[in-house]
Design a protein around this ligand. Structure first.
Ligand code: HEC
Ligand code: HEC
Length: 303
């Protein structure tokens, strides 16, 4: 054999050895890199599916523990007690349009389940009151449990039957819930609306720093300028570069009268958790200590 032919045969064997390795690599890695055909799911997608499947299972479990007594085993509703939740118009936008809800089905379900309907919208139709579920509003569930319930409900969307939605045609529609309706309480009547129902876990919290603690104020300034000033403005006047796109706009922290309507514990609560539907992000990931320093700095604008 000539040298050239030997080289050719050698190359051929090398190629044949590499081929199976290439196939194996392509299948495993290819999925992760998104190179695999669109009908096959990548490993990441499969994991995401498994995770959301798990969330739906958790939600189904919670639903059977807490919701079927009023809404029925399959969400079909119980006449005179509570409306059907397994019904087409709740998920395809028709119902939300009728009650003038600004968000989508997910935000509607999340807010309604979290806050409940402390004030019944149709006491004439349903004897029961929709309880408050999230512990953010004094209910028994953690926010992630509410999220699981919402995933479970949303899972009905494709097959939900066309039920003659409640209330029957011709009667007025219920008003949407925007968070819990505060029960009038003379002690909090003068406070900012967001401060009238501060969750128990935040009530009475006090700052670990004095309002004139120089080190805390300096650290608070740095954090405020990094995380808050874009919307609230460097001087706290609600005129940050991003403020023009916000509705409602952030308030003016230099306004003493306004700041008096936000007691310290509520201030800490609002910055940590924000409010459902608000464009203000919840900041609890900053950690309690940093939040207190920012608060001291923020309150200093109106001193
Ligand atoms: C004690 C009875 C009761 C229980 C338990 C209950 N609900 Fe309700 N729910 C109601 C009533 C009554 C309404 C209608 C309230 C109104 O508008 O006044 C309602 C309304 C709703 C709505 C809004 C439906 C619409 O068409 O506007 C959702 C979503 C909902 N409930 C989800 C749940 C989930 C999830 C659970 C379990 C965690 C649950 N409910 C447990 C009584 C209950
Ligand atoms: C993306 C813009 C944005 C950022 C960033 C932001 N906020 Fe807000 N914030 C808002 C908006 C908008 C409101 C008004 C919300 C409403 O009324 O629903 C608000 C409201 C508030 C309020 C209640 C008083 C009011 O204006 O109604 C406090 C207190 C507050 N923010 C503190 C902070 C702090 C502290 C930070 C930084 C850690 C921060 N915010 C970062 C947009 C922002």
């Amino acid at each position: 054999m000539s040298t050239q032919i030997k080289i050719l045969v050698g190359l051929l064997f090398t190629f044949l050895t590499c081929l199976p390795i290439a196939v194996v690599t392509y299948n495993d890695l290819g999925r992760d890199l998104g190179m695999v055909g669109s009908t096959q799911k990548s490993v990441i997608e499969q994991r995401a599916d498994a995770l959301s499947g798990r969330q739906i299972e958790v939600g189904a479990d919670l639903f059977s523990q807490f919701c079927i007594v009023c809404h029925g085993k399959k969400g079909e509703g119980i006449s005179g007690v509570a409306p059907a939740l397994n019904r087409k118009d709740l998920y395809d936008g028709r119902y939300l349009k009728q009650i003038a809800w600004g968000g989508n089905a997910q935000t509607f379900l999340k807010d309604t389940v979290s806050g409940g309907r402390p004030v019944q919208s149709r006491p004439d139709l349903y004897a029961a009151k929709m309880p408050t579920w999230s512990n953010q509003f004094g209910g028994p569930m953690r926010p992630d449990q509410v999220d699981s319930l919402v995933s479970f409900l949303l899972n009905w969307k494709d097959q939900a039957p066309e039920i003659n939605a409640w209330p029957p045609a011709g009667t007025p529609r219920p008003t949407p819930t925007l968070g819990p309706t505060p029960t009038p309480n003379p002690a909090t009547a003068n406070l900012h609306p967001y401060c009238q129902n501060v969750p128990a876990s935040f009530q009475g919290k006090t700052a670990p720093y004095k309002p004139d603690d120089k080190a805390a104020l300096a650290a608070g300034k740095t954090a405020f300028e990094s995380y808050c000033a874009a919307c609230h403005g460097l001087g706290g006047r609600g005129d940050g570069v991003a403020a023009s796109a916000l509705n409602p706009k952030p308030a003016n922290f230099t306004d003493k009268e306004f700041m008096q309507k936000i007691p310290l514990d509520c201030h800490f609560y609002l910055v940590s958790e924000s409010q459902p539907g608000s464009q203000m992000p919840p900041w609890k990931a900053l950690g309690e200590d940093t939040i207190w320093k920012v608060l001291i700095y923020e309150r200093n604008f109106s001193q």
